[in-house]
Design a protein. Structure first.
Length: 328
């Protein structure tokens, strides 16, 4: 059996339709996996690059994920398998492309390890660790770096639409799952301004410790928006969903200052030119906005939006996509 066969893990990204930070502050949030994927492909452990050479597209995460796994899986060598990475999601955009990469590395490494371990015994390829363990390990890995929540890990692994209930530490509880209506499409607007959340969680944790009234209002309004968004998805009420997403964006902007003038300019242009309400996805300033429309209207909406943005923000990109399944 060929133990050098490549192992490929394909992971969707996610949009937060409502409830940024509520996955660790407490309260409800709504996530949606998107078909803008990150693919991580391994080759034989014997073809691993030299320690000083980073895996293509993986930055510094490949070695760190491998070291994390070495602490949990016996018998792993000092160097990870070589990997190549391809991502369709814009980087630093609030669409969890970094989590998709990390989950992809965990998935590919553990599947590669299980396959090579059993290959000599004539066994069928193993998928690696269970998905529940994958989610927990990926969360623990990122929490050690960023001290944030676990919405992203569940969203990209479980797929579809999730209603989550947050907690200070640990993965959120999945209250409900829903298949996103097939007749709806998602429009991503990449603002071409990078989202920087390096200090965001520390600042919000300080707000929480100080019982900041602005944060308390944000929690109340964001939780309400999540309830409305989830009900609208269940009722296939597109107007109700876009109104709830608009409410979620407004409280992000007004109570927590997560938006920027560039993002507001893009939102105004989208509403005027294409009748599309956009919401910032992910905490912090910059990044991507997301909107939902009927699939039949997608070509006209995206064309109108591209024409409008070419005038006010030429670097911005309009990316049509759809809801995605998770890892199966």
């Amino acid at each position: 059996m060929n133990t050098s066969e490549a192992i490929r893990a394909v992971v969707p990204c996610r949009a937060c339709l409502s409830g940024e930070d509520l996955d660790w502050l407490g309260g409800r949030s709504v996530s949606l996996a998107l078909d803008l994927t990150t693919a991580v492909e391994t080759t034989s452990a014997g073809t691993a690059p030299a320690p000083a050479a980073p895996a293509a597209g993986a930055g510094g995460w490949s070695g760190q994920v491998w070291e994390f796994l070495r602490g949990r899986i016996a018998g792993l060598g000092p160097e990870p398998p070589a990997v190549a990475v391809h991502s369709e999601a814009p980087a630093a955009s609030g669409l969890s492309s970094s989590t998709a990469l990390i989950v992809g590395l965990f998935r590919a490494y553990t599947a590669h390890t299980a396959y090579t371990a059993y290959a000599g015994q004539g066994a069928a390829r193993s998928p690696g660790i269970p998905l529940a363990t994958l989610a927990q390990w990926a969360y623990e890995f990122e929490f050690a770096h960023f001290n944030g929540g676990g919405m992203d890990h569940l969203a990209v692994i479980e797929g579809g639409a999730l209603l989550l209930s947050g907690r200070p530490t640990g993965l959120p509880d999945i209250l409900e799952r829903r298949t996103f209506p097939e007749e709806w499409a998602v429009v991503v607007v990449d603002s071409a301004t990078r989202k920087d959340t390096s200090d965001h969680i520390r600042v919000v944790r300080a707000q929480l410790a100080d019982r900041d009234p602005a944060l308390a209002l944000y929690l109340k309004e964001a939780d309400r928006a999540s309830d409305e968004a989830w009900a609208a998805i269940g009722a296939r009420d597109l107007d109700g969903l876009t109104a709830a997403m608009d409410r979620a964006h407004a409280t992000m902007r007004d109570q927590q200052r997560m938006s920027t003038p560039v993002l507001e300019e893009l939102r105004t242009a989208a509403l005027r030119a294409a009748g599309l309400r956009l919401k910032l996805s992910g905490a912090g300033g910059g990044g991507a906005l997301v909107g939902v429309c009927h699939r039949a209207d997608l070509p006209d909406r995206t064309a109108a939006l591209r024409r409008a943005l070419a005038k006010v923000r030429p670097a911005a990109r309009v990316i049509p996509t759809r809801a995605a399944a998770g890892l199966t």
